[in-house]
Design a protein around this ligand. Sequence first.
Ligand code: MN
Length: 171
Amino acid sequence: MKKSSLHEYNKKRDFKKTKEPSGKKARKKTKKLIFVVQEHHARRLHYDFRLELEGVLKSWAVPKGPSLDPTEKRLAVQTEDHPYEYATFHGTIPQGEYGAGEVFIWDSGTWEPEDEDPVAALEKGQLKFRLSGTKLRGSFVLVRTHYKEDASQKNWLLIKHHDESAKKKSA
Ligand code: MN
């Protein structure tokens, strides 16, 4: 992985003031990749969707949160990579600090890429994967909107695939 992957994360935070983990190192690859969704009551409520890849957590802020309904495409704005240790973080980020507010773990579990090379798939702007969480299960896709091949474009959509775990939103 690139050395600078956690640079932006560290730059934004004062670890003397926040209890969030500092991003020292990427962890070694193990068999199961983990994911987490953190409900973050920042200035605006959003859900931070994070997938472990290359030892760090690839991250997106999902304003409305993930959905199991394939007709609900959820905007997911890519944010800086977070350290692997962040997956268990919950608590309060102090006022005045970056992302101030309460963080709760909304869901967590493991994930599997459905693409042969998930790093390349992410770079190309379309990653298919399966989640095994408590709330989120089955097949999903993250797809970069508009200029799909442009990695500086941060807007993605998180979409559930039609499968046994899909649910129609109850009206
Ligand atoms: Mn957040």
